[in-house]
Write a protein of this length. Structure first.
Length: 422
């Protein structure tokens, strides 16, 4: 992947953190080092213990703290989270219907009254006192609409184990921790400028209004928050109050959430209540112990904090689908990349020896996905495997395997999708 300004920013911040020149909000630096060690140690846990940790699968009809219905034909419940079944997206159009959009909660969905909600912008990176905005204040600013996917960094995590035989920790997502929506709101840049952001501001950290996150060993890490470089915050980030033409639903951040196009989902803080603007580097557990790459192929101190999403493809077909032999089947799917639009999708039915181009139904979109389809007429009954891979505008094509990391982030290998020909 080419080096981007974001990578340079992250390498700089990593050095500042390790040298003790960055402030970690809400948790002592010594505790964060303890958490860093715990993060690396998780990969050594037996599988049985990993599945007992928060985030393990729950009954398909219930999810702690999620308010919307979760019909089992649309969702797989995973602890406090609900993963969209990818075949439930077939025929739904480009944007994911709100009722089928995946849910990623660290704790539970809070009940917030839009009329009482306020956003406080504060910190050493402002010229004056904190600024407070209500929902009406945001609606009075110029509105923007952006079509963008939101995807958990761990989307595809279970495939490290099922395809590559590697142990990882965390919620065992398949590929349904993603959704695309039309987000309407205001530019975070407009709010920051109204609040008086200084030229020397370096970091901007939104914080959610959900409950404090408590680790399995009982340590409270405070409310979910993650800093952005000021340059990113002033670029394409929005404060969204609508989703697909409707007021933002509770499980998706009502009344207002952050949407950071192309970046991992943790950056798009839900239920945002305050934004710290800082003239010094900021860190939180969500870019120190979490959402970095750990493991044998990564530095001992971990990779820089994760920013952009990677390249993926998923079929809108049930896992282990049964397809009659001798009939022509239309196989559909979606492909996406955090580095640019997808320009080519290829499929294979013979283990990757031969590839054929699929038909793309959408133009390449930054921060979006493309739908595609191909036809297949299987002849021989028995087990089969379908492969699909994407290439994006940077020229990168999905690899056959993904370098291991202990927390199972950014799986981008070609997925081996099993079917049975009957």
């Amino acid at each position: 992947m080419p080096i981007t300004p974001e990578h340079r920013y992250d390498h700089l911040r990593l050095r500042q953190w390790l040298d003790g020149r960055a402030r970690a909000d809400g948790v002592a630096r010594r505790d964060l080092f303890r958490l860093l060690g715990a993060s690396a140690a998780l990969s050594a846990l037996p599988t049985a213990l990993q599945t007992a940790l928060p985030g393990a699968a729950a009954p398909a009809h219930a999810a702690a703290g999620i308010r919307k219905p979760l019909p089992p034909e649309w969702f797989t419940v995973r602890g406090t989270n609900a993963e969209t079944k990818f075949d439930a997206l077939a025929g739904t159009g480009y944007h994911t219907p709100n009722e089928r959009f995946f849910v990623r909660n660290h704790t539970s969905t809070p009940a917030l009254a839009p009329d009482d909600w306020t956003l406080t912008v504060w910190g050493s990176g402002l010229r004056g006192d904190p600024a407070v905005f209500g929902l009406d204040d945001l609606r009075a600013l110029p509105a923007v609409t952006r079509s963008a996917v939101v995807e958990c960094a761990g989307n595809g995590r279970s495939l490290f184990a099922s395809q590559q035989g590697q142990s990882v920790s965390g919620t065992a997502w398949t590929l349904g921790a993603i959704g695309a929506a039309r987000w309407r709101g205001v530019r975070l840049a407009d709010v920051l400028r109204r609040a008086g952001i200084r030229r020397d501001a370096v970091d901007v950290m939104p914080r959610g209004l959900d409950a404090e996150y408590v680790t399995p060993d009982g340590a409270s890490l405070g409310r979910v928050r993650r800093p952005l470089p000021a340059a990113k915050a002033l670029d394409d980030v929005i404060l969204a109050y609508e989703m697909n033409g409707e007021p933002l639903p509770p499980d998706h951040g009502s009344p207002v959430r952050v949407v950071v196009p192309s970046w991992i989902g943790i950056a798009s803080i839900k239920w945002v209540g305050d934004v710290e603007v800082s003239a010094e580097p900021l860190y939180s557990p969500w870019n120190t112990s979490f959402y970095r790459l750990w493991g044998a192929t990564h530095p001992a101190e971990g990779s820089p904090p994760l920013t952009r999403q990677t390249l993926k493809t998923a079929l809108e077909l049930p896992w282990n689908a049964r397809l009659p032999a001798g009939e022509r089947h239309r196989v559909t799917g979606r492909s996406w990349s955090g580095a640019g639009g997808v320009v080519r999708v290829e499929t294979s039915v013979d283990g990757g020896h031969h590839w054929r181009s699929a038909r793309l139904l959408d133009p390449p979109r930054r921060a979006g996905w493309v739908r595609w389809h191909t036809d297949w007429r299987p002849v021989v009954p028995g087990p089969a495997v379908l492969l699909a891979r994407a290439t994006d505008t940077t020229g990168r094509t999905q690899p056959l395997s993904t370098a291991h990391n202990t927390q199972g982030y950014l799986f981008d290998a070609v997925v081996r999708h099993p079917v049975t020909v009957t």
